[in-house]
Structures are given as structure tokens and as C-alpha cells.
Design a protein around this ligand. Structure first.
Ligand SMILES: NC(=O)NCCC(=O)O
Ligand SMILES: [Zn+2]
Length: 486
């Protein structure tokens, strides 16, 4: 007989509404929602919100990058996520240029075996050939329906425009979603060299080499290329008004474009790079860099208006020692920051507690929207009978001060350190298993499972239909409307 767990006395907060009900769970699934439910095990949700667990669609765990590997692996990364109410992560499988996607996928499956929470992968297109074209079909058959393209990191992961167009058209045919890291890598590379030649070698050079225009241009370009390819587009880590404006305009014209701000860009700004401590500034080096406050206002407005749909972290944590690889040259500081444990509490504190977001909008941007975009709704991102019991019992009164001393990430610092947050998990459940119990982490390494994602979500189907209907056609002319042969 399977055990029945009941979450009792809470208010269910979904993306569309809030209501009081208990939730019963058996075999990792939600089996009943109602009042006065009973079970073998009762979790008290009095005074709490019961929400779909967070989904972070942008993490880099144990990522090979800039001559090293990011420090958090699938075990510590997913544990950090659970501690903050995130019950699923999506990592990026990165074939090195020239490498088979299938070989890279095997390596990613091998390193995710000790994940404490469910996970999935996006596949990166880091080079282009007939082999890549063919393997994309196999990757889709293996449960991956999204392909990431780096328009930055020249000489490493960056792909050219013709490769983007070919890959986007392939995504259209396969019913997959192309994603872009939108920064103009050529301009960044030139600006980096100029700054170094001018004697700017510290972390402040990082922000200066990647101004918002670099991101706005690449975002516009990717949107136009996706439109010509007839495919939706997902823009990762949208950090500035220029990129947001491009997404907003495209959506207003009916294009299927999604934008993903990071929690870091919503609350941290570029003054961090002018901190007198080299370590402090270097620990905040990530791409795109933190922006000035006017960009933060734009991103918050985008979440409120619906022109931006998802809040992620791009969790890619490097140790102090790794960051010091760039001690005399900012271009060698490994790009990336952590955030998995902090995304939900910081967004709740700065979003819901300030009145910028409703609790339902919070659920939409941390879980439900991305579940729909990635075609795993309502298995994930929903509280309905039959959904996976990936849930967070959220105590809106629980507070803490963020500190690297108490975090799950293995790095020694935290870009949000010292920030007071109010709104934290009382319980986090991963497919019914209690992984966080009032601050105590009891997650099980290896409990996490790979989540397969089918191709052709509705938005791809609709767009293909529209493109087919409006495709250029040859004009049929009768003989009398043709010129006589000469
Ligand atoms: N964002 C970042 O700085 N590091 C991770 C790799 C990427 O997503 O660009
Ligand atoms: Zn990126």
C-alpha cells in the first residue's frame, strides 16, 4: 500500500487563482484536492501558500567553461534549488565544437545521476554540419525539445548568422524551440581588446565591454531570423530595456517570442563592478552584466505586463580561486554567478512583498509559464489531480538573511549576501518526497529524474499552420497573360 500524504490547511496559489484546499499525494502524484482530506502523513500548511514548485529553466551545473568547470554539480545545485522552493532545473548540454550531440548527451546523463530534484536538458548548437542537422532529430526523439545558440563567446561557443538560420529552420521542422544567448560576440571581442589596450584590466571592464546595445542588437537579429525561419524564439537572460523593447515589439506584432530576466538583473546593478574589492566585483562578473537601475524598472514592468514571462537564475557558480584566474585580465574571469537557492525568496520579497507582483503572477513567472513553454504542463507547473507532486508550502512570514555560511551551494560567497528575505519554504516536496522540512534539508541524492519533453507544443503547431497559410506561392497565369515566345 502506498503512503498518502496530505498538505492540510493551506491556500493553494496557482497561476490563475487562489483558494483554500488540502492536497493529497500518493506515489509522487497529486491524487485529490479538496477540504477535510485525511492521510497517513499530514503536513501542516496553516498560514501558508501551497504553490507549484519552482522550475529554473537556466542553470549550468558542472559546466565546462573558460578553462574550468562551474563548482555546483547536480547534487549541490538541485539541493540548493529545493532549499529555496525550486523543484526542477533545466541544464544546458554543451557539445564542444566538433563533438557529437549524442556523445555530449551521454556525458550529461552521467553527471546528473545524483540530482536531488527532477531535471531536463536544453541541447546547445555550438557548431553546424550535416551531422548536427541529423542528430537534432535524434535529440528530439530522446526527449529534448529546445536548442540553445550562443551569439556571444567568439572563438568558443558562438555560432554565426547562417548557422543560426539553418538551425532555426531545423527547429521549425522538428517542432522544437530555439533559444539564444543574445549578445553581439564580434562587437564584445573588439571592445574587450580596446579596453585592455586602454589599460582597463579589472572587472569593471567586463560591464563596459558588453553595453546594452550589444544585447539589443543581437536580440533584434535573433528575432528577425526566427521570424524568417517560422519558429518561436526564447531569449535567455534578458537584462536590459533594449532587448526587452525588441521582444515587446515582436510580441506586439504577433511573433512568438519569450523573454527570461534573471533574478540577479532584477535586483543587482552595475555599481557592483566599481566595488573597491577586486574579489567582490569579480564574483559578480556574468554575461550579460548587471545594468543600471533604469533597466531593472523595464524588466519588472515586463513581468507585470506579460512581455517577459519567466524569471530564471543562469546559476553558474565559480569559486573565489576560479574567479581569480582573471586577476590581471577581466576577459579571463569565468563568467557566472549563483542564485538557485535565492531566486524564489528574493523574487517574493522584492516582487510580491513590494506589490510589484501578485502571488499568482509569482507562480506564473517561476513555474507555470515555463512549464507551458517547455511543453511539460500540467505534469509540472500545476496543482491539479495527476500532476507531479512538486510543491512548495510557502510561509510568507518566514524570514532570513542570505548568507554563504548557511547556503547549499558549495561556493564561498553569495551575490545576494546580507539581503533580508521574507517568504521561504516551510516544506518543499519533490514528487511527493519531503526534501525541505522547516529549514532542514532532507533531499535524497539520486531521487531526481530526467523529464522528457515532447516536440510540437501548441505554439509551434499554430505558427507552422500560419506560415504554411501565408507562404509565398507561384502566381498561376493563363497563356494569354504570358508574353509571346521570341
Ligand atoms: N551567464 C554567464 O555569465 N555564464 C554562464 C554561461 C552563459 O549562460 O552565458
Ligand atoms: Zn548565456
Amino acid at each position: 500500500m502506498s503512503q498518502r500524504t496530505v498538505i492540510k490547511g493551506g491556500t493553494i496559489v496557482a497561476a490563475d487563482r487562489s483558494y483554500e484546499a488540502d492536497v493529497a499525494i500518493e506515489d509522487g502524484k497529486i491524487v485529490q484536492i479538496g477540504t477535510n482530506l485525511n492521510g497517513d502523513k499530514v503536513l501542516d500548511a496553516e498560514g501558508c501558500y501551497v504553490m507549484p514548485g519552482g522550475i529554473d529553466p537556466h542553470v549550468h551545473l558542472e559546466m565546462p567553461f573558460m578553462g574550468t568547470h562551474s563548482k555546483d554539480d547536480f547534487e549541490s545545485g538541485t539541493r540548493a534549488g529545493l532549499a529555496g522552493g525550486t523543484t526542477m532545473v533545466v541544464d544546458f548540454c554543451l557539445p564542444s565544437p566538433g563533438q557529437s550531440m549524442l556523445e555530449a548527451l551521454e556525458a550529461w546523463h552521467a553527471k546528473s545521476k545524483r540530482a536531488c530534484a527532477d531535471y531536463s536538458f536544453h541541447m546547445a548548437v555550438t557548431w553546424w554540419s550535416e551531422q548536427v542537422f541529423n542528430e537534432m532529430q535524434q535529440v528530439v526523439d530522446l526527449g529534448i525539445n529546445s536548442f540553445k545558440h550562443f551569439m556571444a563567446y567568439k572563438g568558443a561557443l558562438m555560432v554565426e548568422d547562417d548557422e543560426l538560420f539553418d538551425s532555426f529552420r531545423r527547429c521549425a521542422a522538428l517542432g522544437a524551440l530555439p533559444m539564444v544567448h543574445a549578445e553581439n560576440g564580434d562587437v564584445v571581442a573588439t571592445m574587450q581588446q580596446k579596453l585592455l589596450a586602454d589599460g582597463i584590466r579589472g572587472p569593471e571592464g567586463h560591464g563596459l565591454s558588453r553595453p546594452p546595445e550589444v544585447e539589443g542588437e543581437a536580440t533584434n537579429r535573433a528575432i528577425m531570423i526566427a521570424d524568417m525561419a517560422g519558429v518561436p524564439l526564447y531569449v535567455v537572460h534578458t537584462s536590459c530595456e533594449q532587448a526587452h523593447e525588441a521582444i515587446r515589439r515582436a510580441r506586439q506584432k504577433g511573433m512568438r517570442v519569450f523573454g527570461e530576466p534573471l533574478i540577479q538583473h532584477l535586483v543587482l546593478d552595475e555599481s557592483e563592478y566599481r566595488n573597491p574589492s577586486w574579489d567582490h566585483a569579480a564574483q559578480r562578473v556574468m554575461s550579460p552584466p548587471f545594468r543600471d537601475k533604469s533597466h531593472q524598472d523595464s524588466l519588472w514592468a515586463g513581468l507585470q505586463a506579460g512581455s517577459l514571462q519567466v524569471v530564471a537564475t543562469d546559476h553558474c557558480a565559480f569559486s573565489i580561486e576560479q574567479k581569480r584566474n582573471g586577476i590581471d585580465d577581466f576577459t579571463k574571469i569565468p563568467n557566472g554567478t549563483g542564485g538557485l537557492e535565492d531566486r524564489m525568496p528574493v523574487l517574493w520579497s522584492e516582487g510580491v512583498n513590494t506589490g510589484r507582483l501578485t502571488p499568482n503572477e509569482f507562480v506564473a513567472v517561476t513555474s507555470t509559464n515555463i512549464a507551458k513553454i517547455l511543453n511539460i504542463y500540467p505534469q509540472k507547473g500545476a496543482i491539479v489531480e495527476g500532476s507531479d507532486a512538486d510543491l512548495v508550502v510557502w510561509d510568507p512570514k518566514k524570514s532570513k538573511t542570505i548568507s554563504p555560511e548557511t547556503q547549499q551551494s558549495v561556493v564561498e560567497y553569495n551575490v545576494f549576501a546580507g539581503r533580508e528575505v521574507t517568504g521561504l519554504p516551510r516544506y518543499t516536496l519533490s514528487r511527493g518526497e519531503v526534501a525541505v522540512d522547516d529549514g532542514k534539508i532532507c533531499a535524497t541524492p539520486g531521487h531526481g529524474r530526467f523529464v522528457e519533453r515532447a516536440p510540437f507544443p501548441e505554439v509551434n503547431k499554430a505558427l507552422s499552420k500560419w506560415k504554411e497559410l501565408t507562404a509565398p506561392r507561384q502566381v498561376q497565369r493563363s497563356a494569354e497573360n504570358m508574353p509571346a515566345c521570341v
